[in-house]
Write a protein that binds this ligand. Sequence first.
Ligand code: SF4
Length: 472
Amino acid sequence: MKIVLTGSEALYTVEQLCQTLLPTGEGICNCQVTRRDSMIFANCHMRLDSRETHATARHALSGDAHRDVNLERRTLARAVFRAALPYLPQPPEWGMLSGVRPAKLVRAHLERGGTLRGAKSFLQREYFVSEKKAALCTEAGKIAAEVHKTFSERDFSLYAHVPFCPTRCTYCSFISAAGDAFARWGEPYLDCLCRELAMLGRLRAEHSLRARSIYVGGGTPAVYAPEQLRRLCQALRDTCGGVPEEFTVEAGRPDAITEEKLIALYEEGVTRICVNPQTIHDATLKRIGRAHTAADFFRAYALARKTGFQEVNCDLIAGLPGETAGDFQDTLVKILSLAPENITVHTLARKRGSAFHELHTEATSPEVITHMLAEAESQLTEAGYRPYYLYRQKYTGGSFENIGWTKPDHLCLYNVSMMEEIGNIFSAGAGAVTKLTSRGLTRFTNPKYPAEYLAAGSDFSARYEALVKYDS
Ligand code: SF4
């Protein structure tokens, strides 16, 4: 979609919205914004598929410059949304929201003194969000506001990234090296990661910071051998000055998980572990390039429990190639019978340009995915789970969301703080993003690829200086 915008700097708002609502649209979206008599006026003309639509929106200015920038964006978005509606088969469930973190709006509303009911109707009225999605979002936003209250300016969460996997899943959109990359880079990468963690540990000690949680993600962190995992856990504990209240390792793929590794993680202080089946259908697992079976998952899950883990998360994906609503339902029922503390339901992201499109030409229809997600919501709710964090996917048809579900009192603190950008997030490893929130949001991003990270990572003093400068 070609976008022409005059009278406003909010081009990104229009781009995001067009990309979300009309991802394959080839046309023109022409918008103008004007301010007069204490009002903002937005106009949108859209031409697409030999049709033309026109819509307007307006809003009173508040007189507060910062607030008025947001009001201008929202007014412009309303005009674009209204102009796009006639091209859509039905009104989108997320309305005109295009951001990936919708629960942030609820938290902001609550923290300004608003009520839950007010937050929900704000989403419905101002952003045209459906009743169901507004309810989900309100629950997640409420939890985020509660978590936020427990954070001080000096609190941080720690993330370490392991960008290696046993094989590459066909739908993977992460930077993760498979095959012999691990044999080549695994050990030097761990050395580098430990050096970066030592730098962060120095920062923590010198500035009296408090660690709230650790999360080791990937990739598949369980590709490392037990002794390497012990070394990584030790480095993480040293960074934090001990074991914080939550220590997660996304062990990940069952084909990388062994009893010895689980024992190493447990003995080194890990409190929460992710064992991810995605589906319990072997034919699908084979189709998507995961070198494990459903039986491998059940074995790894049972081992995690036997080792003593009290907090286990299982990731599932709705919309895997070749799966019907019934297949997804089977997976859900089997996973619920295990009663893990957390279940994360992802929707398959079909990123344009990925190998996935060539390998799997048959996409699950948005209607089937909608049905799968509705089933998941109703069964998880009935089984006593609550949505505790959610994020929406960018650049995917249907504009679906991923939701973390939790049994009462078992939410993953790291997931909430990372998703809602609560407290400082120190991140180590390739592509890791450190976010400092105490004075606005400042990001420091590491080199993306393992080889680049290794090349740049012999000396972390420049990063240390940058972080200290931020704090002073
Ligand atoms: S396990 Fe995750 S990170 Fe690894 S290849 Fe599969 S999707 Fe990518």
